[in-house]
Design a protein around this ligand. Structure first.
Ligand code: NAG
Ligand code: NAG
Length: 418
């Protein structure tokens, strides 16, 4: 494997990951007979609906109890870049798909990004037409335009990540298309003198600095005072009901589940658009500090929403959070073991079926999943949807929502319906 940024931590990281994965697999192996029992007694008859009587599950995963509230079905997810947002999109795709909800879809895969979102870019939208249930593909946020497409009672949420790891990921992914990154060649070169490589406003350079700030629809090039930054963040806090934190994905999913009044299985997901671990680079503290300073607006945004996030966890209750996270992790481990070949992510070369091979872009292989071949049809369906990469899932939903017009061919009755 080529060392990409010369940061030289790969072996260490890989070893650490290896250990944690081995531990995970060991736990999985120990749990095999238990899982067999769970899947055969409780899950197989109606595996994905509300689980049957808890007694059958024994000490197993708690069934998701029917919540005493109405599940929310009008959702705006601002999908930010390089924040683990593809995993959330899988959750939204599956929920909307299973509930027959209408997605506000882009013509291709993004809403004319990096231009601000425009209602007229939504497929099938008319100024006087119907509104949509879920909006969740890449955009640069623009509230007024989003409101023209979505119900007024929509739940707005998004996800933020530490700008240091976000910038490292963005460099790996966009090095080839961002002039500032391309000129620098390596992340460390870039960090040594970012101003030397970066020209504000140059096409593609929004990926190189304060990308979160940009995706939230704020202007990273305008002059910023502490008061203006505070005002911008207060405004975002007013618009977004919940802002998740990538570093705390499981806490995020628990909060999301409760905010939306969804079941446990609704928010269980495999990680999507994941880089192969040996290509993830850990930065020295001095380099991290430089990245933080370079992305100072994102740093403000991140620390702000980190605060609101943990205040929310506190209100939720730490003990309750710990319990819910255990349930979530257990369920995910069960499903990974049950659904996936190899029980986890695979490199693109190991995924034979192009329908489930994730889109490859950037410097590092993007991992995906292959579904076990011998599942019962209903399980197969659920596992496939959990494993389906976001672009393929978007195409699938698009085809479902906009069926191709019937062929202009008259087939006689005797030739029948295929
Ligand atoms: C995020 O919030 C937690 C809890 O208050 C705190 O311990 C942590 O230092 C914060 N992280 C950042 C980057 O602000
Ligand atoms: C198909 O057949 C029906 C009835 O035979 C006829 O009315 C209709 O015009 C035909 N459509 C086309 C596209 O040929």
């Amino acid at each position: 494997m080529r060392v990409l940024f010369g940061c030289g931590h790969f072996r260490l990281l890989w070893a650490a990951l290896g250990i944690s994965m081995t531990l995970g697999f060991t736990i999985q192996l120990l749990g095999v007979s238990f899982q067999k029992r769970v899947f055969s007694s409780r899950l197989l008859p109606g595996p994905w609906g509300p689980p049957a009587k808890a007694a059958a599950a024994g000490e197993g995963v708690q069934p998701s109890p029917a919540p005493p509230c109405q599940p929310r079905k009008h959702l705006v997810f601002l999908k930010t870049h390089k924040t683990g947002s593809s995993t959330i999109v899988n959750i939204l795709h599956r929920f909307g798909d299973s509930q027959g909800l209408q997605f506000a879809l882009p013509a291709r895969y993004q809403f004319s990004y990096p231009n601000p979102f425009q209602a007229r870019r939504v497929k099938g939208w008319h100024p006087k037409g119907r509104l949509f249930d879920i909006l969740c593909h890449h955009m640069r946020f623009s509230l007024l335009e989003v409101q023209r497409v979505m119900h007024s009672d929509s739940f707005y949420f998004s996800i933020v990540r530490d700008p240091v790891s976000l910038a490292e990921s963005a460099f790996s992914y966009y090095r080839g298309v961002v002039p500032a990154f391309r000129r620098a060649g390596t992340l460390l070169e870039f960090l040594a003198s970012p101003h030397h490589f970066y020209r504000p406003g140059e096409r593609g350079n929004h990926y190189a600095r304060n990308l979160l700030w940009f995706d939230f629809g704020l202007d990273p090039l305008a002059s910023q005072s502490p008061a203006l930054i505070r005002a911008a963040l207060a405004e975002l806090e007013h618009v977004f009901h919940l802002v998740l934190v990538t570093e705390h994905m499981d806490e995020s999913l628990v909060l999301l589940r409760h905010a939306l009044c969804w079941t446990l299985d609704d928010v269980v997901a495999f990680r999507h658009n994941l880089r192969s671990p040996e290509s993830v680079c850990t930065l020295e503290p001095s380099h991290a500090a430089r990245l933080r300073a370079w992305n100072n607006l994102d740093w403000h945004l991140y620390t702000h929403f980190n605060r609101t996030f943990w205040a929310r966890v506190e209100r939720f209750g730490y003990a309750r959070m710990a319990r819910e996270m255990t349930m979530l992790q257990k369920r995910r481990a069960e499903l990974m073991q049950h659904c996936l070949q190899g029980g986890g992510p695979l490199g693109p070369g190991d995924i034979a079926d192009e329908h489930v091979r994730p889109f490859q872009f950037g410097q590092a292989p993007i991992l995906g999943y292959a579904v076990q071949p011998s599942l019962a049809p209903e399980e197969q369906k659920v596992c496939q949807r959990m494993a389906m990469p976001e672009l393929q899932y978007k195409d699938f939903l698009d085809a479902k929502q906009f069926p191709a017009p019937p062929l202009q061919v008259n087939v006689s009755k005797s030739q029948g319906a295929r």
